[in-house]
Design a protein around this ligand. Structure first.
Ligand code: GDP
Length: 160
């Protein structure tokens, strides 16, 4: 089994709930996978368009972009044996996920209906996607870091 890296993202509306993040992390750990890097990020239109490049121009893209830029997401770089396929199986299908998968179980635990767009989680579907999505995630983490630094600068100015 080849060691692989995948990109996993808990989507807006779900990343607000710490227990959802913990539930997903537990499932990843139980599957023998490890989380190399993680954090909250805010997708802007540019990064959403890069991440979902193959869907730009489709009918469902404008509401998808609106949704994915609507609030904070929680990104994770996950690695381990056969990580890409293993995680896709744990996630479940896009619009009709089976019981036992993240996309079915999390809405059930929240008392919500399963939805095609707001379907809890993203996971890379190939090496090429993982590579691209991890690069985007790292850029977004840097943007968050810069925001934190400028907040610190503001506090410093107030203190002075
Ligand atoms: P995934 O790999 O299972 O996430 O599915 P895709 O790459 O095909 O689509 C990306 C995301 O776009 C999905 O996870 C959904 O959030 C959204 N999406 C895909 N297909 C549809 C659709 O037919 N209708 C709506 N409303 N959203 C969709």
């Amino acid at each position: 089994m080849a060691k692989e890296k995948s990109y996993v993202m808990v989507k807006p509306g779900f990343a607000e709930h710490q227990w959802v993040i913990e539930e997903i992390k537990n499932r990843l750990h139980k599957a023998g996978l490890q989380i190399d890097e993680e954090g909250f990020v805010n997708y802007d239109k540019k990064h959403a368009r890069e991440h979902y490049a193959e869907h730009v121009g489709k009918d469902f893209y404008p509401p998808l972009e609106k949704y994915i830029t609507s609030g904070k997401a929680y990104g994770m770089i996950v690695s381990g044996p056969d990580a890409i396929l293993k995680i896709r199986q744990m996630v479940g299908s896009t619009s009709n996920p089976q019981k036992g998968t993240i996309r079915a179980d999390i809405p059930a635990m929240m008392g919500r209906e399963v939805q095609t767009r707001e379907n809890v989680i993203h996971a890379s579907d190939s090496h090429a996607s993982a590579k691209k999505e991890i690069k985007i995630f790292k850029e977004l983490l840097n943007i968050e870091d810069d925001k934190d630094k400028s907040e610190d600068d503001k506090d410093f100015r107030v203190l002075k």
